[in-house]
Design a protein around this ligand. Structure first.
Ligand code: SF4
Length: 240
């Protein structure tokens, strides 16, 4: 069984607690307008790494001393597109005392995807928007599965960090943020909310792939709008 991997990062500091080995899986069923990794979308694209779980673990273990207080994060793309590989890899990590974090949109709610959760210490759940009308326009899919996934994590008592990208004029609107914060405040397993300002660092990838950039003209998020969003979530008692 082989995992199709887009890239590896050995000293990640922004994808979960501590210093982490980060695995970017290939393939994603969403098409977020602000995605800065469009090169991960196509599952059939050539990738530099096609590894068995044991081979990927061997790569991780080369850095074990550095990630001892951190761990491994698997992101993408959408990691749960390859659930059998992921379950085997996370199991090996935990057997070797390595903390496991899964970064996902929560879109894939299959039985096989839920089985991966048996070996996950932390989920970084990307909630794209709480606005059910905007969600399909923003991502190409509805928000229902993400909420089902969140409920599953709550029921299984798996710690969750919510991630939310703030795009000016699209997902930084007060009313929608307020509704999301209120909704999340009912979930005991949500430990933290990470508000990620929209940036344009991935635009060159669209040019290289010959895909029109859908948010052309959208400016990066201002400091004021970020602080405004942070204040809304703090008001509801969230650690930011
Ligand atoms: S879920 Fe992530 S990888 Fe997939 S399109 Fe959205 S931002 Fe890009």
């Amino acid at each position: 069984m082989v995992g199709k991997i887009h890239s590896l990062e050995s000293f990640g500091t922004v994808d979960g607690p501590g210093i982490r080995f980060v695995v970017f899986m290939q393939g994603c069923p969403l098409r977020c307008l602000y995605c800065h990794n469009p090169d991960t979308w196509e599952i059939h694209r050539e990738t530099p790494y096609q590894l068995e779980p044991e081979a990927l673990l061997a790569e991780v273990l080369r850095y074990k001393n550095f990630i001892v207080k951190g761990g491994v994060t698997v992101t993408g793309g959408e990691p749960l597109l390859q659930p059998v590989f992921l379950k085997a890899f996370f199991r090996l990590c935990q057997e070797n005392g390595i903390h496991t974090a899964l970064d996902t949109s929560g879109y894939i709610c299959s039985e096989k995807a839920f089985e991966v959760l048996d070996y996950v210490n932390l989920v970084l759940l990307d909630i794209k928007t709480f606005d059910s009308t905007l969600h399909p326009r923003l991502t190409g899919v509805g928000r229902e599965n993400t909420l089902i996934f969140l409920n599953k994590l709550e029921n299984r008592q798996i710690p969750v960090w919510i991630r939310h990208v703030l795009v000016p004029g699209l997902t930084d609107e007060d009313q929608s943020l307020e509704a999301l914060a209120q909704f999340l405040s009912a979930y005991k397993m949500v430990q933290k909310v990470e508000l990620l300002p929209y940036h344009t660092l991935g635009v060159h990838k669209y040019e290289a792939l010959g895909i029109p950039y859908p948010l052309k003209g959208t400016e990066p998020l201002s400091k004021e709008r970020l602080e405004n969003a942070q204040n809304i979530f703090r008001k509801w008692g969230f650690k930011i």
